[in-house]
Design a protein around this ligand. Structure first.
Ligand SMILES: Cc1ncc(C[n+]2csc(CCOP(=O)(O)OP(=O)(O)O)c2C)c(N)n1
Length: 583
């Protein structure tokens, strides 16, 4: 078959399928999301979105325990959530192959922090493969399943944004059907009480020792000898940058980065005159070289953000022209909530209340930016609820303290925070933004929306009943497009002496087809007060005279702006594009 152009994530899915994976499970998160979205298209694989990465890792662990191969997918911060099962799965080991696909995001294109998954993997004593292109993504994924079963350990395949999303040619293969391992009870291996865990801890060290021998011979690690005056130790996307910037350099290209083979490193470094490490984030490889006493060239390469051929070339005095020229003087275009986004109505109200808003992660985090400026904190998924309780305990009283959390995030890790507030007799207010989807990462279904992976129907939890069951004293559902009603309910609940959950329920403007005719500004009536502009709708701007204008091609007719205009200057007009046609 001719090679196929594939993104790294598409190749990962293909590799897992070829490896005979039976189940794929994960939680969305850029840059990992497309792996499962692609895997679901293959036959003979069952795929599921889990409510969070811990559940996903446990489901995958169960599949492995049950004798089949399983892939679990997540972004780097997801591994923090899944760390609890992972650290002990390293002890139990596997029955069917168990592979974690973890995608790091150097440079934080879509993340709240930078993490180098290799460091967490090393702490968990779990082996790591690191592809540097789509072909390797496929091949390493296949090999990862083999290694998992051969060495009785879960394996991490670590991607980074550029490897996940860049496309390159891939030679694909066929699926190997892997027969299930019949279930056999084995409490010594799978029940990690201290007595058994102590034995498995020792066994894990023995498994790591054999993995270190494997690292010496692993085909994913290779030496490319060229000019011996400079030898670079590198991995992942940094390898591609080094090849481009320093085509003559000798390279130790590591595709299997935990555990490292000291022999391999020392063998390579003894064959070159000067040694340097090129790695994103870290320090990981360079620390190992330090431990081994290998003197390294001081490159000045940053440990923060992404590298590039340009930065690597610069570090070694080689000039690499930037791929893309930057256009000077482009006006800044900060991200905004979409036209017709239901979240806007809630933040408009919270702004009016001068609330202290502990926020969370999702599209709605954009409400922290101008002009809404209605969010005071955003740390990690689920943090909004615990933080609102903590802020109240600290006595914050510059305004009512309100937690705001999306529906997917509430299912991910918000529920326990609410349970804690109820248990602690909190009288706080939690707003769940139920837009019927996980919008931020591309509209995946979740347990609240009632949409399964692949788009089919799934059971949807009754949010009101759930909030009551978790201990909320009052649960009220509002339409966030109705600004007055939303403000009234939020004011009442923030002042009330009980724990309340306000569910702001209206579908994401990008999934509903229920768009109404657009609105326009009546120039005569507009007083230039700017109330509509302060909603931060991308369809609304000011003309050169300061009057509001609505771009009818962007407006979806949500009518939020109509409600803030005190001068009746915003009027509904006909369809923005009337192409006529047969009646
Ligand atoms: C632990 C973790 N997993 C995944 C992500 C990626 N992520 C950011 S927000 C989000 C979900 C947002 O969905 P929702 O709460 O429904 O809000 P919406 O975007 O729909 O407004 C996800 C999956 C993350 N930041 N952290």
């Amino acid at each position: 078959m001719a090679p196929i152009l594939m993104s790294g994530n598409e190749a990962i899915a293909r590799g897992a399928w070829e490896a005979g994976v039976a189940v794929g499970v994960g939680y969305p998160g850029t840059p990992s999301t497309e792996v499962l979205e692609n895997l679901v298209g293959y036959e003979s694989v069952l795929c599921e979105w889990a409510p969070n990465e811990k559940v996903a890792a446990e489901v995958a662990g169960g599949v492995s325990f049950g004798g089949r191969r399983a892939l679990v997918t997540m972004k780097h911060v997801g591994l923090n959530v899944a760390a609890d099962p992972l650290f002990t799965q390293a002890y139990t080991g596997v029955t069917g192959g168990l592979v974690y696909l973890v995608a790091d995001d150097p440079g934080m294109h879509s993340s709240q922090n930078e993490q180098d998954t290799r460091n967490l993997a090393a702490a968990a004593h779990v082996p790591v493969f690191e592809p540097s292109d789509s072909q390797e993504a496929l091949e390493f994924m296949r090999e990862a399943f083999t290694v998992s079963e051969r060495f009785d350990v879960p394996v991490i395949v670590r991607m980074t944004t550029r490897v996940s999303h860049a496309k390159s040619l891939v030679d694909v293969g066929e699926r190997s059907e892997v027969p299930p391992v019949p279930y056999a009870k084995n409490t010594q291996k799978y029940v990690m009480m201290p007595g058994m865990a102590r034995l498995r801890r020792v066994d894990l060290d023995a498994r790591l020792a054999t993995l270190t021998e494997y690292a010496r011979e692993c085909p994913a690690n290779r030496v490319e000898m060229r000019d011996p005056s400079l030898g670079i130790v590198t991995s992942g996307i940094s390898y591609q940058y080094v090849r481009e910037a320093l085509p003559e350099a000798s390279i130790l290209k590591l595709g299997f980065t935990h555990p490292l083979s000291d022999d391999l490193i020392l063998d390579f470094t003894s064959r070159v005159e000067r040694v340097a490490v090129a790695e994103e984030l870290g320090p990981y490889l360079s620390l190992r070289l330090q431990v081994l006493g290998v003197e390294q060239v001081e490159t000045g390469l940053p440990a923060i953000g992404e590298l590039s051929p340009v930065t690597i070339g610069r570090a070694f005095g080689s000039v690499v022209p930037p791929v893309r020229a930057t256009i000077p003087d482009l006006p800044p275009r900060p991200p905004l909530l979409c036209p017709g986004c239901p979240h806007r109505g809630v933040f408009h109200a919270l702004g009016k209340m001068h609330a202290v808003v502990t926020g969370d992660i999702g599209c709605y985090t954009l409400a922290a930016l101008a002009p809404l400026k209605a969010m005071d904190s955003c740390v990690c998924m689920g943090a909004s609820i615990g933080m609102s309780h903590g802020a109240a305990l600290a006595g914050v009283d510059s305004g009512p303290v309100v937690a705001v959390i999306g529906d997917s995030t509430f299912a991910h890790s918000g529920m326990t925070g609410l349970l804690h507030m109820a248990y602690s007799r909190s009288a706080g207010t939690v707003v769940v933004l139920d837009n019927r989807t996980t919008a931020m990462t591309g509209h995946q279904g979740n347990p609240v929306s009632g949409v399964a992976i692949g788009g089919g129907a799934a059971p949807a939890v009754d949010l009101e009943a759930l909030a009551r069951a978790l201990g909320a004293g009052a649960v009220r559902t509002v339409d966030p497009h109705d600004l007055a009603a939303t403000l009234e309910v939020l004011k009442e609940e923030a002042a009330a002496d009980h724990l309340s959950v306000v569910i702001a329920k209206a579908p994401c403007a990008l999934i509903t087809r229920d768009h109404k005719d657009p609105y326009a500004v009546d120039e005569e009536a507009c007083t230039k007060c700017g109330a509509c502009v302060r909603l931060g709708c991308p369809a609304i701007s000011r003309d050169e005279n300061g009057r509001a204008v609505i771009d009818t091609s962007l407006c979806v007719g949500c009518a939020q702006c109509v409600q803030v205009c005190r001068f009746d200057a915003i009027v509904q007009v006909g369809p923005s594009c009337d192409f006529g046609g047969a009646s």
